[in-house]
Ligand binder design. Structure first.
Ligand SMILES: [Zn+2]
Length: 255
């Protein structure tokens, strides 16, 4: 069904999208191409306003959006100068709808899957617990893959949060990354982690797998299609052998 996958670069992050494309190319029966940043290639009028509407103002409030002029201006600057943007959480589904509308009409069909690697944090609302949850990806057209989400969405080891709190009590601010890495047992990915590209591979494949099969995630831990809720599990799924469960190895493990 999907005969072409187009990946979009994320120049403000360490994610190597060309490497992601090469990895994908070896595993699927679709042509894989790479384009520059989605928000440059498919910039449309009103996109800044759509981002402003998709802002999540509070983790416990369903309602999104702040379309005051200052916020829209901020979003315009963030589109033009992504390196200055940061710290905002967006409703992933609203962003997805906005980016779908920004695609040229003849590219919206599901035979061409667009995967945009983003430097933005995205989330989805949890009806079951009444709060927003950060996401590494949002499946669909286009699929969104969030690099900050890779670091922030899965829960880190409990000791990480304890150490962070302890440091805040002592010095009033956040501990440097090296301190956390050295003091906290257990493995987790930090911002700009050198393992970023490798860890994103399964999340890009999930986007293809979903459109091709209708199956969102694999429920077998350790498979690259597994939707990990903890960093330990993410590392296990994405960075340790075997790459796939038996079923998905048959589909994607090619000699
Ligand atoms: Zn699997």
């Amino acid at each position: 069904m999907v005969d072409r996958v187009t990946l979009y670069r994320s120049p403000t992050t360490v994610a190597d999208v060309d490497e992601l494309a090469a990895w994908l190319r070896e595993r699927i029966d679709a042509a894989v191409t790479v384009r520059d940043r989605f928000l440059d290639v498919h910039r449309t009028d009103g996109l800044a306003e759509r981002f402003a509407e998709a802002r999540v103002p509070s983790p416990y409030e369903r309602e999104t959006g702040n379309t005051m002029l200052g916020t829209i201006r901020y979003e315009e600057r963030a589109l033009d100068h992504p390196e200055r943007e940061g710290g905002v959480l967006y409703d992933g589904l609203q962003v997805q709808r906005a980016l779908n509308a920004a695609l040229p009409e003849d590219e919206r069909g599901l035979e061409t899957l667009h995967v945009t690697v983003l430097d933005r944090a995205i989330g989805t609302w949890g009806d079951h617990d009444g709060r927003w949850h950060k996401r590494v990806n949002v499946l669909g057209q286009p699929a969104l893959v969030s690099v900050p989400g890779l670091y922030e969405a899965p829960a880190k080891p409990e000791a990480y949060y304890k150490e962070k709190q302890r440091h805040a009590l002592l010095s009033g601010d956040a501990p440097p990354r090296e301190v956390l890495e050295n003091q906290v047992e257990g493995d987790f990915l930090v911002e700009d982690d050198p393992r970023t590209t490798d860890a994103l591979k399964g999340y890009v494949l999930q986007a293809y797998h979903y459109l091709e099969t209708g199956e969102a995630f694999c429920d077998r831990e350790g498979c690259r299609l597994f939707n990990a809720h903890y960093h330990e599990d993410l590392i296990d799924a994405q960075l340790r052998e075997p790459a796939f469960c038996g079923e998905h190895a048959q589909l994607y493990e090619r000699a």
